[in-house]
Design a protein around this ligand. Sequence first.
Ligand code: ZN
Length: 360
Amino acid sequence: MGFDSFVDNTKAVGFLRDILATGQIPGALLLCGPDGVGKKTLATMFAKALNCERFRDDFCGDCVHCRKVQEMLDTAQRDFAVRRDLKEVSKRTEGFLYFDVQVIEPLGRFILIEQVRQIRNIAYTRPFELSRRVFIIDQAQSVHWQAVDVLLKVLEESPDTTTLILVSPNRFGLRPTVRSRCRVIQFKAIDESTLLNILAEEGRVPPAKQALVARLAADSLARAKVFNLEEFQRKRNPWLEYLSSLLDRRAGIEAEPDWRMLFESTRVLSEHRAEFEDTLRVGYSLLSDLTRVLERQPDAEVTNIDLVGQLKNWAPKLQFRGIEALKAGLDEANRLYSRNINFQLCLDALAVDVNNLIKN
Ligand SMILES: [Zn+2]
């Protein structure tokens, strides 16, 4: 437990610990930086440290206060999940009750005015159970425009008992007047080598696939931690079969693609309608990688990093015109899909076209 368990962004952690050590706690902080680097996690750690009974510039996670904070966070999270599911938007904010430590998130597209009013209503009172109240406003850029003035009022007359922590991917998504009233802490993206170390330590992902997961997580620790490799491979495998049946022919022996395997792959690709966009994204990522390989870009640029050998074998067989044709085919399938045209038929026809193209 404690700040040592936080991954990377040591500068941001150091900044917060300095604040704790001096005891001069600002009324408002703004944590900004890319998604998935742990901004909200660090904000909750800071809330614990502000209240911890054992440490001044750290938290134990075990004292009554630290546990209380965690309990409040968990309860509020459950409450939010229930509210978010309510169909009637006006019902979502009924009977709001904020704890001393509270994460405030969008209920739907926005953080609503009722949510921000509730901050103002209790920010100036004494905390009920803890020494300091902390309101973490996650996705602060989505505070509804009608509510920004209310928030601004609280920031202007910053309460003695409460710290507001705004969390947002991009500080410029917030009004300058809001921004200027916060102490800004900028987070940086987590680099791939750090992600690789974490994946190796965790051991959840097999070593041969760790580089792939780190690459697909795209600098996000949160994504890397929950990345579902099986799911991804289930979506990617039929694409590999599609390409393989078109391209892995023994020279001089097999004149035609393995159509049976190909039709089976397109059947699987079009099986789950709800996954259409995901499926298409995986297809595009393979085509982009084929282009990169053909352009002799460094392997470090390839997304499907575990397939470099395979891609290097396929790319020259397709050439740029083959890759372009496949891309155009996916664009077309995507366009037609909204008109309920069968995706499988599109992919089958595309294979016939590409086959003719690369034969000549
Ligand atoms: Zn503690």
